[in-house]
Design a binder for this molecule. Sequence first.
Ligand code: LLP
Length: 463
Amino acid sequence: MSRSAHPAGPRHADVLPEGHWSAPPADLNHLDQRIWSRTVGRNGDGAAEVAGMDVRDLAAEFGTPAYVLDEADFRARCRAWRAAFGPDADVFYAGKAFLSRAVVKWLYEEGLNLDVCSGTELAVALDAGMPAARIALHGNNKTTAEIERAVTAGVGRIVLDSFQEIVRVADVARRHGVRQKVQIRVTVGVEAHTHEFIATAHEDQKFGLALADGQAAEAVRRVLMLEDLELIGIHSHIGSQIFDTAGFEVAARRVVSLLAAIRDEHGVELPEIDLGGGLGIAYTPEDDPRDPHEIAKALGEIVARECEAARLTPPRLSVEPGRAIVGPTTFTLYEVGTVKPLEGLRTYVSVDGGMSDNIRTALYDAEYSVALVSRTSDAAPMLSRVVGKHCESGDIVVRDAFLPADLAPGDLIAVPATGAYCRSMASNYNHALRPPVVAVADGQAKVIVRRETEEDLLRLDVG
Ligand code: LLP
């Protein structure tokens, strides 16, 4: 069967939406180090390898689809964040991006703390041995059971998100005879988007207590009156996949102003501030993320400057990166099932997964890259859309990409930068079995989250 290769040129510009890649990359076989984890490359056969493991062997042993996580890359990113922020700050990995017991162990060993946002994330963290004092509990609607579990485990902080929760956490703490350390999550009025931020625009959402309308100050008053709560600081999280440090700087300035106002009103200087997560990563070569050193420098400087102006002792800083640590460590390995050229449009490449293992494209219009990884190819670039096997036309993994025109069923392709919010947001749509997470390091592969089985699903279906 001859497949039509859509040559580069005006035709691509016609069918590619504005802002997406308008021309094929010079070398389709190249695995760009800005997007792929650090031990990924091609071996002598032309197949991709990661940590010395050939992807064809990984597919044969673990099946597809599979998330393949580069442990050395994960650990290196943890170390980079720790080094960037130094001993006077804490780095809390945001477990919502991807959490498993192995990940908790790596975080512990690399000196990171952990942010969890549900009782079950907390259970995983505790089960894997993360000391409770290094755990922060988040959430805009924590149940009393979740609060009980956190308080009795002795978590280092609970981040309060509403007036009701202040009372709820204080009640639980009192019942257990604990003075619980808490922070108050405030909304600073910064709306952070991928490439921009709009100041004073984002009070209209479910998280936190607003600075602008005085709710944050009121929450501080209420917490300070409660003996069972120890207010250790103020928390702000402005958004996700952010490339510009300016939004963080505005947030830092506003949080420090609140600390000064608290000092003036109550005579107390809170010892900590947390500026949340949100640092963006590269999903395509067009993304240009900041590195942790840049963000640490920018935040450190602004906090120091604002504190000096307000004559405050600089608080201990913490941050909560999720995506920036785990996102780039992982690629999803798929097998191509069908290749369907649509004359004059593009070629639909169907893989053996889809929106059940990566909902981000359908949900956020997220952009991803993709490469043929079981071999190299000199064929012409073919404008492609990588789609899944689900019964929905929005089941798109990579909206616009160039793959070689000789792509055929049985080829392995991989989508990089899927470590964050893909396995953690995976679903069983169409009774898909959620793929495993295979960690690779030093020529060894280890399943850290196994593939779901039919038995797993049938066990839940109790008739
Ligand atoms: N801290 C707090 C309080 C958060 O709410 C979040 C993310 C983080 C830290 C970590 O943010 P990160 O560094 O990973 O951007 N599902 C979406 C992302 C939702 C993020 C929710 N909160 C996605 O797939 O893009």
